[in-house]
Design a protein around this ligand. Structure first.
Ligand SMILES: [Fe+2]
Length: 122
């Protein structure tokens, strides 16, 4: 889980660098696709572990994942149509950053603790 989280942050940094450098071509689009794909895979993996260990608040955590994926897809779609660099940068910088810190610190932390406890056989 932590390795995935580091990867997510690295992708976010790369996107912010490209935006700061005013790069708006195919590389940025590829990276956005990569971020979405990475996030989708990471969520699926977390959800699998939660299901396997019978994590009680699973629906809440999964619901949050679904909300985030829907928003991410919508944002990327909007970017493709409007090419609004400032809007994209603000979203990645603020919303994505805040969400990430909050999600990892709350839902992921609780789930990871539960999964680890179950794996130790308690
Ligand atoms: Fe999560």
């Amino acid at each position: 889980m932590n390795r995935d989280h580091a990867e997510f942050l690295a992708l976010r940094d790369q996107l912010l660098d490209l935006l700061a450098a005013q790069t708006t071509g195919g590389k940025l689009d590829d990276l956005l696709d990569e971020l979405l794909e990475h996030t989708r895979k990471h969520f699926a993996e977390e959800e699998k572990q939660m299901r396997e260990t019978g994590f009680p608040p699973y629906p809440v955590h999964k619901g949050e994942h679904e909300r985030v994926l829907a928003e991410m897809s919508a944002r990327i779609e909007r970017w493709r149509h409007g090419r609004d660099t400032a809007a994209l940068r603000d979203w990645i910088d603020q919303a994505v950053g805040d969400w990430f810190v909050n999600h990892v610190g709350t839902m992921d932390a609780i789930s990871a603790e539960f999964i680890a406890m179950r794996q130790r056989g308690r």
